[in-house]
Design a binder for this molecule. Structure first.
Ligand code: NCD
Ligand code: ZN
Length: 345
């Protein structure tokens, strides 16, 4: 197969940032994707429906002319979140989901939730009204090894929330372990998982072998090879509980290439090429559409996009820029470490 037409994809986990970086990166998403769930971890974070409304407008203001991209907004859950504001956000159609960042789990998450009990009134309201919860599934306890943080989160936090609020719809975002995949497969309802492009391609060796490579550092951090294999199996299975959330997370190079570099990998620009490569390798090209274009909208109660994109396999490798230049500095583009032949035409 040298070409494949699929419904236009959506990205169910995306960092667009703000200002100069957003203006430079947004076209890399809106070129191929119809919709994306926009992460709220700005500085300061997007915590109220009013914040989200203003941020949405800033996104639309920098959208390249002619692109019909629709940003799906999220609220950053805090211990002070007002359940009425969340309900209003859902009813007005402005807010698609609420995001739980355990305090300190990742970039710009210091204002996240420390004590889940304090967020319970909001979570209870969300379960009642049908507002989905997107979860960064890692514990932040210093004693827990960073490679175990997802598995421990599942046992100690996620399972507790799900038992307490069985009606709450939860997206376990950027699943990186077999433990996560198995936990989702074992849930009978109200749980789904997004998977990034890069976690289908790299394991932790990419980050650490032959030198420390900051452009492969993200959170949750890439794990061992058998976890990557489990993610590939889940993503290419066609199972409706798994869908694409790129977690494309641009940081300018000086913030990554330093003694304490930021987490985040920038993949928006070549994600569809990378995914076609992975799905072809797994003999599952015909299931790319389910992963990138069908399962996500079904989970969020939206229709799949009407229009389509065409992917073609070229003889010559596709040339992507090594950097996306922004007025704030260059952002390094994810290098999958193999030539990409698939391209969106
Ligand atoms: C994200 C960021 O930079 O905002 N970084 C990342 O490594 N994925 C935050 C996040 O989603 O964890
Ligand atoms: Zn993210």
């Amino acid at each position: 197969m040298n070409s494949i037409r699929i419904r236009r994809p959506d990205d169910w986990h995306l960092h667009l940032r703000d200002g100069a970086v957003m203006a430079a990166v947004i076209g890399d998403t809106s070129r191929h994707f119809a919709r994306a769930i926009i992460m709220p971890n700005l500085v300061p974070p997007v915590v109220t429906t009013a914040d989200a409304k203003a941020y949405r407008q800033r996104i639309l203001d920098v959208l390249p002319a002619g692109d019909r991209f629709q940003p799906l907004m999220t609220l950053y859950l805090t211990e002070q979140t007002d359940p009425d504001d969340v309900e209003e956000g859902l009813k007005s159609g402005l807010i698609t989901a609420v995001k739980l960042y355990p305090a300190g789990a990742t970039t710009n998450s210091h204002g996240g939730v420390r004590d889940l009990d304090k967020a319970m009134p909001t979570l209870e309201r969300m379960a009642k009204i049908g507002m989905p919860l997107c979860v960064h599934g890692e514990v932040t306890t210093p004693e827990v090894d960073i490679f175990d943080r997802e598995a421990v989160f599942i046992d100690e936090k996620l399972d507790v929330i799900r038992r307490r609020l069985p009606d709450l719809r939860i997206t376990m975002e950027h699943v990186t372990t077999k433990d996560g995949v198995d936990y989702i497969l074992g849930a009978d309802r109200n749980l789904a998982g997004s998977i990034t492009t890069h976690h289908l391609i790299i394991n932790r060796n990419a980050l650490l072998v032959g030198g420390i490579r900051p452009h492969y550092y993200c959170l949750p951090v890439a794990k061992r090879e058998h976890h990557r294999q489990a993610l590939r199996k889940a993503a290419t299975s066609g199972d409706a509980r798994f869908f694409l959330g790129t977690d494309s997370a641009p940081h300018v190079d000086p913030l990554k290439e330093c003694a304490c570099g930021c987490a985040g990998i920038y993949t928006s620009i070549n994600t569809m090429s990378c995914l076609a490569h992975v799905f072809e390798e797994e003999g599952a090209l015909e299931r790319l559409e389910a992963f990138a274009s069908l399962n996500g909208p079904a989970w969020y109660g939206l229709a799949a996009n009407e229009d389509t994109i065409l992917l073609e396999k070229q003889e010559q490798p596709v040339a992507y820029p090594a950097k996306r230049d922004t007025e704030a500095g260059p952002v390094t583009v994810f290098d999958p470490m193999f030539p990409l032949h698939w391209t969106v035409v």
